[in-house]
Design a protein around this ligand. Structure first.
Ligand code: KG4
Ligand code: ZN
Length: 395
């Protein structure tokens, strides 16, 4: 439930927000002043907990958030002179994400705000990723790497096109003003980050797949392209066909490798979608497929990354030109991809802005930045605000 406070007094320059983010597998808290200055940005990653399962286990994530939340919030507040007394408002992500994980952070934030008599607002995680582009990290300070944002000194100027690419979402949006968003397109199947993670698993590169694929693709001489799903006349995306193409090539390679020692044998029939084969564990004692050779893995990683980047860049660049955007904002975990940054910057008709690496993946500073503009517009959430695991941009 969102409530308008009515009076729209400009917020003081030192308006300071404590924000909490627990939508997936990072327990994060941050203190941000004036919507841009990061005073602290603490992220406790659960990567090690989930790594051995090859993906995030929701129940483990919720339990881990409960353990980590209090120390993470305390650490974030340590950077604030005056501690709790320096906090003017509280914010937390309320969707989209894993419901149990979201519940822990949302309830903690509501409890803090209620107990301290502070205003509270719930924040959309997708919007928060975009607002990472409003943060002004001091070089060398928390959030560092100010130089990683080549074209942006001041806050972005509307209208803007945002390309949100994360583990759970892929969308292109037109931003006319704070809170005034139009969804131009989104993925029809896998999110980009999800595709990176699945393809990394097929190639035996581990989790999380994005950075692993980027590393494997680095310096590889291209050897054949993979398909691109253009979905003509639409800003929608599709990545599952590309993932299946990689799977088929990997299976062919493994079948070939398995045949080498024993000599030729008939090729087993393959179904239309061979995906379950990649996921299912072979029965105990069954022969394991031979590991893929590093040269093939590098070529697949390279071709996959090029295919994804080509489609994302072409659609974002087209949308920016068509809608007269002043800039393209790149956001979400996959915005950390160096090839995507490079190619978008090269081909876009307008300046491209992207957050420094540590503000691309999940963090609470971006939640505070988004919350600042909600409070500035006189928006607060009621105590009855519940999590919304399938919240959409603008919802
Ligand atoms: O935004 P995020 O931290 O979490 C979600 O809200 O989903 O994004 C995580 C995703 C993962 O799928 C991860 O593989 C991907 O971001 N990612 C990358 C890179 N770094 C993280 N994908 C491609 N290249 C990277 N360098
Ligand atoms: Zn995210």
């Amino acid at each position: 439930m969102i409530a308008y406070t009515g009076a729209m007094e400009p917020l003081a320059d030192d308006f300071t927000i404590l924000a909490i983010e627990t939508s997936c597998d990072e327990t994060a808290a941050a203190v941000v002043r004036g919507g841009r200055a990061i005073l602290s940005n603490v992220v406790a990653s659960q990567m090690a907990t989930h790594q051995r399962f090859g993906g995030v286990v929701p129940e483990l994530a919720s339990r881990q958030h409960i353990v980590a939340l209090a120390p993470v919030v305390e650490e974030a507040l340590r950077a604030l002179p005056g501690g709790w007394d320096g906090v003017h408002a509280v914010a937390a992500t309320y969707g989209p994400g894993l419901s149990g994980a979201l519940l822990t952070g949302l309830n903690a934030a509501k409890a803090i705000a209620w107990q301290r008599g502070l205003p509270f607002v719930g924040v959309n995680h997708l919007e928060a990723h975009i607002y990472a582009n409003w943060l002004a990290p001091a070089a060398g300070g928390p959030g560092g790497q100010a130089a990683a944002r080549p074209q942006g000194e001041g806050p972005p100027v509307f209208p803007l096109v945002a390309l949100v690419v994360s583990g759970g979402h892929t969308l292109l949006a037109l931003l006319r003003d704070h809170g005034d968003y139009e969804l131009l397109g989104q993925t029809r199947d896998d999110a980009v980050g999800e595709a990176f993670d699945k393809v990394a698993r097929i190639l035996g590169l581990g989790y999380p797949g994005g950075p692993a694929i980027q590393r494997a693709a680095q310096g590889v001489a291209p050897a054949g392209a993979l398909p691109r799903a253009w979905l003509r006349d639409s800003y929608d995306f599709s990545f599952s066909g590309l993932k299946t193409a990689v799977l088929h090539k990997a299976q062919e390679r493994q079948e070939l490798a398995a045949r080498v020692p024993q000599g030729p044998e008939p090729r087993p029939a393959r179904g239309r979608s061979a995906e379950p084969r990649a996921r299912a564990k072979p029965p105990a004692g069954a022969p394991q497929p031979p590991p893929l050779d590093p040269a093939f893995v590098g070529q697949m990683a390279h071709a996959f990354q090029e295919s994804v980047v080509d489609v994302l860049v072409a659609k974002a660049a087209d949308a920016a030109a068509r809608h007269g955007a002043s800039a393209i904002l790149l956001a979400g975990g996959v915005a950390a991809n160096l090839r995507l940054r490079e190619e978008l910057t090269r081909r876009a008709p307008v300046p491209v802005r992207y957050p420094p690496l540590d503000l691309c993946t999940d963090n609470a500073a971006m939640v505070a930045a988004a919350a600042h503009h909600r409070f500035a517009a006189g928006v607060q959430s009621g105590w009855s605000l519940d999590v919304n695991p399938s919240l959409r941009l603008g919802g």
